[in-house]
Ligand binder design. Structure first.
Ligand SMILES: [Zn+2]
Length: 86
């Protein structure tokens, strides 16, 4: 599995996720530690769901996620196809 992170904002070195805290089903805070011993920076970053690219087949009615323009066009085209076959 690929791990997504950002480099240390001060020295651009690799960082390690030290801990994470779930804020909601849409957001998580992650504490990172820079692996450069001469830097030692520790910081918190936010991981947030920002938009839907492909629609879920199991949508949760309580979840509201903006739809990307590409996903919107794909859903619109599928609806047009569905209506054309009725
Ligand atoms: Zn650093």
């Amino acid at each position: 599995m690929r791990v997504i992170s950002i480099p240390c904002p001060h020295c651009q070195n690799r960082v390690r996720a030290a801990k994470s805290r779930t804020m909601s089903s849409m957001m998580k805070e992650i504490t990172y530690q820079c692996q450069n011993v001469e830097c030692g920076h520790t910081f918190v970053a936010t991981l947030e769901v920002s938009r839907t690219v492909s629609m879920s087949a199991m949508p949760n009615p309580e979840v509201r996620i903006p739809i990307s323009s590409r996903a919107f066009l794909a859903a619109k085209n599928q609806l047009t196809l569905d209506l054309a076959t009725v």
